[in-house]
Design a protein around this ligand. Structure first.
Ligand SMILES: [Zn+2]
Length: 83
């Protein structure tokens, strides 16, 4: 599943996501832990990036939405997290 479909499935409007750097390190992602989940607003435990027409954006996820996003991504051919 590509990022556009992922965001649509999770009912996330890409324009609401914070801009992310083109290259993300684990340390960058960890600074976002605890921010509101992009889907439900609960404290996040993971941060990855998604590609949008406006450029890379942060996708902050609580545990449940981290798992949901990983399953959706793997169903479509791969998981992409911070290295
Ligand atoms: Zn959530």
């Amino acid at each position: 599943m590509d990022d556009t479909a992922l965001l649509r499935t999770l009912a996330i409007e890409p324009a609401t996501l914070a801009p992310a750097p083109a290259t993300v390190r684990t340390a960058d992602a960890r600074t976002r832990y605890g921010l509101p989940c992009s889907t439900c607003g609960a404290p996040s435990v993971a941060a990855t990036t998604v590609t949008t027409p406006a450029g890379p954006r942060w996708l902050d996820s609580c545990r449940d939405h981290m798992i949901a996003a990983a399953k959706l991504r793997s169903a479509g051919g791969g998981f992409r997290g911070a290295p």
